[in-house]
Every structure is written in structure tokens, then in C-alpha cells.
Design a protein around this ligand. Structure first.
Ligand code: NA7
Length: 543
């Protein structure tokens, strides 16, 4: 084994995080390489090609802010961009900044181990090649490890089995077919209306109904686009300093119960007509006050009754087991109205659980459903899955799987004690999935790049989270989560969707502004809570 690094920095993942990390690393003069198992850049948008796949953050904001010319030049065609357009944007960025020459595709990372003697990360690929670098950035995404529940007899099913998070690139034609969709989270809720419009028959297997708000998607309004492009710098800054999620939204100043019932109703109706997750900002206290939350939940339940003609069916589709917003709110186009179609049927898995798959379909609650294709919209091993599916070993043989046995522990969601020089982009303990992901990515990449530059100018070679700082931060993340309603839902935020996964509320729920302030203060204090050292043989060379 050589003690000379192949690279200064290895970046795992060529999604929005990996692309921007490479760009910043290059500007520091670092020799960086991005590795991704996918056949192209784009990360989650490379894989999520299911019909109806669309971002639920508005296009004008679900985009990079780091380059003014880029944000001025790129033209989004819709209010909420669909997957092909977002993927085209990722490709454009890769080409525009000449990133591809340092991206190795079709290369999975299976293991990464810290070689203490050499002060290097050794990263093993699926092709059994070992690459080495001083630093490693895991840009592996929060929702990239798909979850396929173990249904009895699934292997005997003769029809096609698909997962929304790993959709065939050539597309799927359901014309004339009997299709089953299992799962009614964001992915299912987006795909179901599209599949219903094409298939001969669609059966939706629902375990838990979800809250959803209408997208009101539309072609991009030119005046709206102009209003953003004319003031991009100012609006991006507002996202940084005056929002909870890194997305500029229609802010409310009132608590829900401060206004009377009529005014509350008017506000909910106004936001419902506008569409999108803005609905959850109707009042300031919807995520912290149960009674306030109930008023929003009840409004949405009423909309379901209005959309679905059959009252029994409407009731089955009505969520009652969690406060609205505590599971990621879905954003749909005609989801509930789809159940009025004569070719769509709902099977309530709480009444009729799936017993077994058969060669011709599946049996649930004693009834057999003949199917030509099954779509698993069953979600992800979120936030930790992609990291733990690699075999990551830190100092003294410590496995990440061991360090995180009782749930993820991280300092600021950026580094894990015992894993020097390994950064996790949008890791657990950072706002990540509770915020606009591209916003969260940019903040983390900038912080990491600044940190590497600082290490270069201060002659440091190793950075590592201190266990005490990490424990304090983990306690703070938990404490903040407890002040909200989030822990009341069995959500993927909590790991509750994966049998056996430790239940820990993973993202930081305190908002992007306090989080950024904390990260900046830590850096300004010489990386407080991190241990920085200098090995004789190794320093970061910043060009
Ligand atoms: P989600 O939101 O985790 O939804 C998964 C769905 O699959 C949900 O309705 C689950 O029901 C259902 N599910 C999971 N396992 C089973 C089994 N074994 N049987 C029946 N139904 C099951 O994933 P999505 O892909 O929709 O969305 C993930 C995120 O991507 C989303 O929040 C956005 O941020 C983008 P459950 O609720 O667990 O009863």
C-alpha cells in the first residue's frame, strides 16, 4: 500500500452535492475525484424516473445559487420542475463547469477505511480498485438507499416488479395492464394519478393515508420568473437569513388560534388555492402546537371529502394517525380525485394486510388481486442508509455501523467522531431534508471548502469531531425535535419506516438560520469542537 494519496479529496456521489463539492475543491486547487455508481450525474434525479416524479420545491429556488450567470441563464419551464428537467439541469451544470473529466461513473464505492499510519482514506470500489485521498466527502444523498419490504412470495410473482426510486431508464408502458402500487408517500401520490391514466386497471395498496396539498403546477409564468431573476441575489440572501427551510415563502405572522375561525379558514383556502408546501406556513405554530396543527389537518381532511365522491372511500383516504406535516407533506396533482375513476381501486392494508404474492398477483385480506406489474413506492432507508450500506471504518477499526448502532451521532451533521477527514454532506444532525436540499448542500459544501482552505493556510492535516462536542450537539438536536410535533409520527425522519432501525429523529429541526449561525461560529472560533492536528508528513496544499 502506498502512503502517497491518489487524490486530495474523494467525493462519493455525483448528485447536486458531489457536483458542487468538486467545483469548490477545484477552485481550491485540490485534486479531487467524484465517484458514482450511476451511469450519469444527477443523484436521486438520475434514479427517480417514475411517472409524475417532480420536485416539491419551486424551480426558481430548487437550483444552485453559487453562480449568478447560471441562475440567470437557466430557464425552468414549470413552476415545479419534473424529473427530466432537473436531470437536464444537473447535466448542464456538469458540462458548464467542465466537471465531467473528474467524475468516474458506473463505479460503486463498497468500502472506505481510514489508514491511520498514512493519514489517508482508502476507498474500495465495486471493481475491486482501491483509491486513496486525504479527505473524503460523502455526498451520498438522504434518500438514495431504496427500501424493498420483504413480501412473502414476491420472488414467485411472474409480472414486473418496479421501485419508484430505481425506475427503468427506457420507461415503462402500462397500457392495457393491471397494475398494483404499494405505498402512498410522496412517490406513490405522484405516480398514482399518472399510472391510473395509462393502465387498464390500478389497485392502490395503502397502509397509511397521507396528508397532501395540491401542487397547482403550471408552465413558468414569465413575470414570476423575471421577478426572481431581477432580484436573485437579494432573495437568495433572504432564504439564508430569514426562513426556516432555506426557501422563501409567504410568511405568516400569526398563530393559528390567534385569529377567529373564519379568518383561519380564509387563510387555509387562500394557500390551498396557491398550492405547494406554503400551506404549512399558514400560521407560525403549526409544527409546535397540537391544537393549531389540528385546525390545518381538519381543513385538509375536508378537502379529501370534497374531492372523493364515495364517502366511505374518502374516509379510508383520510389521515388520522399523525399531525399534519410531521411526515413529509406530499404535494400532488389530482391524487384524491384519481380515486373517482372507474379503473382505480383502493385496498386498505390495515383491514386487508398483504398475505403473499403469487405468480399472478398478490393476496391481501383473503382476496386475490391479479396483477401484471407491481410498483413498490415503499420509500428509503433515509439519511443513514446510503452511508451504512458502504463498509466505513474509521480510527482504530471503528465501524460506522457500530458507532451508529443506536442511531446516527454526528457533530453538526458534518463529521462523526472517530472518522477523521471524512465529511458527510447534509448528514443526520443537520437541517437537510427539513430544508431545500440544494440550499442545504450549498451551505455544507461552502463550509467544508472553507474548512479545507483554513486547514491549508494553518498547516493542519487532520480534522476530527470531538466526542464531547458531538454528544452536546446530538443532545441539542434531540431537544429541539422534542419541542416540535415531529416525533409524533412514525416517519422516515425517525427511522420508523425501516424495521429494526433505531428510532432517532435524524434531521435538525431548529431551522436553517440558527444552524448556519452555529456552523459559522464554530468556524470563526478556529473550528471549535473539532480536533485539528498536523502530521509531519502531510499538509493540505492549497494552490
Ligand atoms: P415514503 O414517504 O417513506 O412512503 C413509503 C410508503 O410505502 C408509505 O405509504 C408506507 O406506508 C408504504 N410502505 C412501506 N412499507 C410498506 C409495507 N411493507 N407494506 C405496505 N406499505 C408499505 O417514501 P416516498 O418514496 O413516497 O417518499 C420519500 C421522500 O422522497 C418524500 O418524503 C419526499 O421527501 C421525497 P406507511 O406510511 O409506512 O404505513
Amino acid at each position: 500500500m502506498t502512503s502517497e494519496p491518489g487524490f486530495d479529496l474523494l467525493i462519493v456521489g455525483a448528485g447536486f452535492g458531489g457536483l458542487y463539492m468538486l467545483h469548490r475543491a477545484r477552485r481550491l486547487g485540490l485534486r479531487a475525484l467524484v465517484i458514482d455508481k450511476a451511469g450519469d450525474v444527477g443523484g436521486v434525479w438520475y434514479y427517480n424516473r417514475y411517472p409524475g416524479a417532480r420536485c416539491d420545491v419551486e424551480s426558481m429556488q430548487y437550483s444552485y445559487s453559487f453562480d449568478e450567470a447560471l441562475q440567470q441563464d437557466w430557464k425552468w419551464s414549470e413552476r415545479f420542475a419534473a424529473q427530466p428537467e432537473i436531470l437536464a439541469y444537473a447535466r448542464h451544470v456538469a458540462e458548464r463547469f467542465d466537471l465531467r473529466r473528474d467524475i468516474r461513473l458506473n463505479t460503486a464505492v463498497v468500502a472506505a477505511a481510514y489508514d491511520e499510519d498514512a493519514g489517508l482514506w482508502r476507498v474500495r470500489t465495486g471493481q475491486d480498485e482501491t483509491l486513496s485521498a486525504h479527505f473524503c466527502v460523502m455526498a451520498t444523498g438522504c434518500l438514495s438507499a431504496t427500501r424493498r419490504p420483504e413480501f412473502t412470495g414476491l420472488e414467485t410473482f411472474r409480472g414486473r416488479t418496479l421501485h419508484t426510486g430505481d425506475w427503468p431508464h427506457e420507461g415503462v408502458d402500462f397500457s392495457g395492464q393491471r397494475v398494483g402500487v404499494i405505498g402512498t408517500g410522496s412517490s406513490g401520490i405522484q405516480a398514482i394519478p399518472m399510472i391510473a391514466g395509462q393502465a387498464a386497471h390500478l389497485t392502490v395498496f395503502q397502509r397509511t393515508p397521507n396528508f397532501s396539498v395540491p401542487a397547482r403546477n403550471a408552465p413558468m409564468d414569465e413575470d414570476y420568473e423575471r421577478s426572481w431573476k431581477d432580484r436573485y441575489a437579494e432573495l437568495r440572501e433572504r432564504a439564508r437569513i430569514d426562513t426556516t427551510s432555506g426557501t422563501v415563502y409567504d410568511k405568516s405572522t400569526h398563530k393559528a388560534l390567534e385569529v377567529d375561525a373564519e379568518e383561519r379558514q380564509r387563510e387555509y383556502e387562500r394557500r390551498w388555492r396557491k398550492g405547494g408546501v406554503n400551506f404549512m406556513h399558514s400560521f407560525t405554530d403549526l409544527m409546535v402546537d397540537e391544537q393549531a396543527n389540528r385546525t390545518a389537518a381538519e381543513f385538509v381532511r375536508t378537502q379529501i371529502r370534497l374531492a372523493v365522491s364515495d364517502p366511505v372511500l374518502a374516509e379510508r383516504l383520510t389521515p388520522r394517525d399523525h399531525p399534519i406535516g410531521t411526515k413529509r407533506i406530499c404535494v400532488d396533482t389530482d391524487y384524491h380525485a384519481t380515486f373517482n375513476r372507474s379503473n382505480v381501486r383502493l385496498v386498505d392494508l390495515r383491514e386487508s394486510p398483504i398475505e403473499t404474492f403469487t405468480p399472478e398477483g398478490l393476496r391481501a385480506g383473503g382476496q386475490h388481486h391479479e396483477l401484471d406489474a407491481v410498483v413498490l413506492a415503499t420509500g428509503y432507508d433515509a439519511m443513514t442508509g446510503a452511508l451504512l450500506r458502504m463498509d466505513i471504518t474509521g480510527r482504530a477499526g471503528l465501524k460506522l455501523s457500530e458507532a451508529w448502532r443506536d442511531g446516527p451521532r454526528s457533530y453538526l451533521g458534518l463529521m462523526v467522531a472517530g472518522f477523521p477527514n471524512l465529511f458527510t454532506l447534509t448528514g443526520p444532525g443537520s437541517p437537510s431534508v427539513l430544508s431545500n436540499m440544494i440550499f442545504a448542500i450549498e451551505q455544507h459544501v461552502d463550509w467544508i471548502a472553507d474548512c479545507l482552505a483554513w486547514m491549508g493556510t494553518h498547516g493542519r492535516s487532520t480534522i476530527e469531531a470531538e466526542p464531547e462536542a458531538q454528544e452536546e450537539w446530538v443532545a441539542h438536536v434531540n431537544e429541539i425535535a422534542e419541542q416540535t410535533l415531529f416525533p409524533r409520527a412514525a416517519s422516515w425522519y425517525l427511522g420508523a419506516n425501516v424495521p429494526g432501525k433505531a428510532r432517532v429523529f435524524m434531521p435538525y429541526a431548529g431551522g436553517v438560520v440558527p444552524y448556519r449561525r452555529k456552523c459559522e461560529a464554530v468556524a470563526a472560533a478556529g473550528y471549535e469542537g473539532f480536533r485539528l492536528s498536523t502530521a509531519q508528513h502531510r499538509k493540505v496544499e492549497i494552490a
